[in-house]
Design a protein around this ligand. Structure first.
Ligand code: SF4
Ligand code: SF4
Ligand code: SF4
Ligand code: FES
Length: 915
């Protein structure tokens, strides 16, 4: 039953008029009567209705009288119709609703004193509102609590069978992990198959449950809702930037909730196209690192080879003296820095200001270098914009979505929910190009599984197909005939059947996908790690821009080229200029006017143009001895980068390594000084999410131990160096950014940006397009081509970088298994059982590890999660550095896999080839 407002942006539902309590109300024809009544500000009592999905109509509380009907009707499932006359008040309705509440309460345990939902329970509120004081024929269900799930407990004595948990999981999340069963004479919610819950553990079912039937295992019995301080903030795990509430008791994080838990029938009747208010498993259950015992609480200073706890004053003073001495002796070019994109905008801004203005160096980088910068540079170069063009609402309402190289449900689960809503509500065609059988591929209308490393080739195939099938938008290409001719000439060199052979996708499939994309009125491209973190990432994004251009999808409303970001503030890192190529506002560092503006604002001379260094060059300069001091904030290059880059040697060569972090990371263990920083829960600031929304993070609790916000530590260092950064709060830094980048703080609304391809198409395009298509017919394998498996490293849903490995809630769900994930067919073929061990060999080395079956891994591929270094699979990865963007590629390798027998010998004749 579709009672949501008109779901097709092209066809608006007709407007109708009806009378509610004597007032004439205008509404859309066919939507839920409950919603229409709620739009007048009148919230009819209700228990089983939720704005996120179609009404289930089970609780019988939302009763209203409709003229012409003898009995009250359930307003949630009734459709609004023209001329309806509705009454929402009256003793008859009160008594009917009261009866419904009594019915529920008569089989509900009155265990409110020990229920987590006590004080935030819709049944309690309904009982109170309807003065239910006596219950005749009450009986107990006496159903044992189901505690089999890792994170949720199910107490079916409290369940009112409203179906909200099942509906949110099935309809909104398209995961469908729950069901009703009749057991012991009662309808109960159980995991599908009545086993332990095995799902994505987002906790949205917990959020929508109107009573305490589903409880959070990590916080059960720890609180009453009214005892908790609820702080609205933004998640610190991925670039989706979900809004959430961190709930604390004193200085302890008890639980995390999201708007979905609170925005219900008493709240907004939200339109969900811009988000349904949920969060993912990382956001909800990954908070324990905030007050983890492993957090650094005191500065550490190396003495006699050991890191020793030292008071701040005794750490900062000598540290700044050493920095100053290095600068005095060797010049500012002897100092470099790295910063994580988990820092706030204000901190990223301050970091680059400290490096450029206080120290005088342009040798620093942020974690946006690991891939996002490929996207930014490509769209800046081609379109004059520096981030993705569309927002969540555009994704939801797209008619065609092309997802390339993005395991979206794992990396950006809430962006994935937008694609799911596009599929479910807006009937979007979704084309997935990937080398893994991802969950989003399973939901897509057109999944196209490609040979690993050939995602970029498939893009070329789509461009070629658009030309061959004459799906070109002649109006837009006609404006740039030379560019279009150059593209046609370049693409002519790329035979479609060769692309089909190398990618493993048939020419017909390529043609079909190209036609769907080209012909859709609103078509969105979304690429991810399989593009931006793999060889040729920069050029592949440019080829995606070509695809959008020739099909007329640049600048048209609801169309565009987009990406996703892994860390929460990668976009902010770029916007704030926390990298050598850009000043704040994404202006080129060597732009004379911008240099003058910032030099004046900061009262300092900027480092000379051309003196900058990005991540790879910084490590080279550490190794060569040019950089003698490195200031590392929240980054852990030793644990992230392959050993062949000799990161350890680079860091050990330093005279001064300062690490500012939450934990004593592998890199921090090598440091001369370690400074304890605060998490996002202990400070104020903003993140810029992947849509370009600037979102607030708010201080939830006091800093743990002696830890300090990153910005605070930076101001102290600058002041020690004789450069005053006179900020007393994150707000002070914001005020400065606001002056320099007017309009950047957009109050949570993404600023609309429009691509401007004219300059690119009219100038450099003709000269460069040929090389982009010529280079295409080489799979990006990073190896000799003789090895039989493709090993990829990537992200899991339950983790984010290495930070999540400090969250006990997530480690509980997804521990470091240390196993290589392979396709079942390959395991069987190679005779690899559960306890088997294999030797994996790449051009960079060899190591032994266990194996496990993974349904998402295609035959001939294997996968290892990038969050874990036990064993150090990353060291098998060859590294290439993008010549245009300096992005290091190290997520894919060709390997051989051999079975190791119990004595540790490689069994002869059992090495696996792709099947
Ligand atoms: S936790 Fe999320 S995925 Fe699991 S059952 Fe609940 S709603 Fe479904
Ligand atoms: S567990 Fe909660 S949400 Fe699910 S049917 Fe029962 S009362 Fe409704
Ligand atoms: S990890 Fe990403 S998707 Fe999950 S809650 Fe945080 S911001 Fe949202
Ligand atoms: S029947 Fe309408 S809210 Fe439950």
């Amino acid at each position: 039953m579709a009672l949501k407002p008109a779901t097709n942006p092209e066809v608006e539902a007709a407007s109708i008029e009806l009378a509610i309590d004597g007032r004439t109300v205008t509404a859309k024809d066919g939507v839920s009567l409950y919603d229409v009544i709620a739009s007048t500000g009148n919230n009819v009592p209700a228990m089983c209705y939720h704005y996120t999905f179609d009404p289930f109509g089970s609780c019988g509380v939302c009763l209203v009288m409709v003229e012409g009907k003898k009995a009250p009707v359930r307003s949630c499932t009734a459709k609004a119709a023209a001329g309806m006359v509705v009454r929402t008040e009256g003793d008859d309705l009160f008594q009917a609703r009261k009866k419904a509440v009594e019915k529920h309460l008569s089989v509900h345990p009155l265990d409110c004193p020990v229920c987590d939902a006590d004080g935030h329970c819709e049944l309690q509120d309904m009982a109170f509102q309807h003065q239910v004081t006596t219950l005749t024929n009450a009986k107990q269900k006496l159903i044992p609590e189901d505690t089999r799930s890792l994170v949720l407990d199910f107490n079916m004595n409290r369940c009112i069978a409203c179906g909200e948990c099942i509906n949110v999981c099935k309809d909104v999340l398209m995961i469908d992990a729950l069901q009703f069963v009749k057991k012991g004479g009662f309808t109960q919610v159980v995991a599908k198959g009545d086993t332990a819950l095995s799902c994505e553990f987002c906790g949205d079912c917990l959020a929508v449950c109107p009573v305490g039937a589903i409880t959070n295992k990590y916080s059960k019995y720890l609180y009453k809702p009214w005892q908790l301080k609820k702080t609205t903030t933004t998640c610190n795990y991925c670039g989706d930037g979900c809004q959430m509430y961190i709930e604390t008791n004193d200085n302890e994080v008890v639980r995390v909730t999201s708007p979905l838990s609170w925005k219900n029938k008493w709240g907004d009747r939200a339109e969900t196209a811009a988000g349904h208010g949920g969060i993912c498993v990382r956001g909800r259950f990954g908070f324990q690192y905030i007050d983890s015992k492993a957090r650094l609480r005191q500065p550490l200073v190396r003495r006699d080879g050991k890191l020793v706890e030292t008071p701040w004053l005794e750490t900062l003073h000598p540290m700044v003296e050493r920095l100053a001495a290095i600068k005095a002796q060797h010049g500012p070019q002897a100092i470099g820095g790295l910063i994580t994109a988990r820092c706030t905008n204000e901190e990223l801004y301050l970091f680059q200001k400290l490096m450029r203005a206080a120290i005088g160096t342009n040798q620093f980088d942020s974690s946006a270098r690991y891939g996002h910068l490929n996207f930014v540079h490509a769209v800046q170069h081609a379109l004059g914009i520096g981030r993705m063009t569309n927002d969540w609402e555009d994704i939801t309402k797209a008619k065609a979505i092309l997802l390339v190289g993005t395991n979206l449900t794992e990396t950006n689960p809430l962006t994935a929910v937008r694609v799911k809503e596009a599929i479910r509500v807006y009937k979007s065609q979704v084309i997935v190009v990937d080398s893994a059988q991802t969950k989003i591929a399973a939901l897509a209308s057109h999944p196209m599984m490609v040979t690993p490393g050939t995602e970029g080739l498939l893009i070329q195939g789509l461009v070629k197909s658009v030309l061959e099938q004459d799906l070109v938008d002649e109006e837009v290409t006609g404006k740039h005939p030379q560019a279009f001719a150059a593209l046609k000439q370049a693409v002519a060199r790329v035979p479609l059947d060769a692309i089909a052979a190398q990618t493993g996708v048939s020419v017909e499939q390529i043609h079909e996908a190209a036609a769907i994309f080209a012909e859709a009125p609103r078509a969105i491209i979304l690429c991810g790690e399989g593009i931006v973190r793999r060889t040729g990432g920069y050029e592949h994004v440019l080829n995606l821009v070509d695809l959008a251009w020739i099909t007329g999808k640049l600048g048209r409303p609801g169309c565009g080229v987009n990406t996703v970001t892994e860390e929460p503030n990668e976009q902010g890192a770029v916007d704030m200029g926390a990298l050598p190529e850009f000043l704040p506002g994404q202006v080129r560092f060597d732009d004379a006017t911008a240099r003058e503006k910032f030099a004046k604002a900061w009262g300092a001379e900027l480092p000379p143009p051309g003196s900058g260094a990005s991540l790879m060059e910084i490590l080279n300069r550490c190794r060569s001895g040019q950089i003698k001091a490195l200031y590392v904030i929240g980054e852990n290059p030793l644990a992230t980068l392959p050993a062949s880059l000799e990161v350890r040697a680079a860091l050990e060569n330093l005279e001064l390594l300062i690490c500012q972090d939450l934990f004593l990371t592998e890199t921090a263990q090598l440091a001369h000084m370690v400074l304890p920083a605060c998490t996002y829960a202990e400070k104020d600031g903003t993140f810029t999410n992947l849509e370009g929304k600037v979102l607030r993070i708010r201080q939830t609790m006091d800093p743990i131990g002696e830890s300090l916000p990153d910005w605070h530590i930076m101001t102290a260092i600058a002041s020690g160096l004789g450069y005053e950064l006179p900020y007393e709060s994150a707000q002070d830094i914001q005020n400065e950014i606001m002056k320099l980048l007017p309009g950047y703080y957009n109050l949570g609304q993404p600023r609309k940006i429009s691509p401007k391809p004219e300059s690119y198409l009219g100038n450099g395009y003709v000269a460069e397009v040929g090389s982009r298509y010529r280079s295409g017919l080489k799979p990006a394998h990073g190896g000799s081509g003789r090895r039989s498996f493709t090993l990829t490293m990537g992200q899991l849903l339950y983790h984010s970088g290495k930070l999540s490995t400090q969250a006990s809630g997530l480690i509980n769900i997804s521990p470091s298994g240390g196993r290589l994930r392979m396709n079942e067919r390959d395991l069987e073929r190679m005779g690899l059982g559960e306890s088997a061990r294999v030797r994996v060999t790449s051009p960079k080395g060899s190591l032994e590890l266990g194996v496990e079956a993974d349904l998402t891994v295609l035959p001939g591929s294997c996968f290892f999660p990038e969050h874990f270094n036990e064993p150090p699979v990353k060291d098998l990865m060859p590294v290439e550095v993008d010549a245009a963007t300096g992005v290091p590629y190290f997520k894919l390798a060709e390997v051989t896999i051999e079975k190791v027998d119990e004595g540790g010998e490689v069994a002869r004749g059992l090495s696996g080839g792709a099947s």
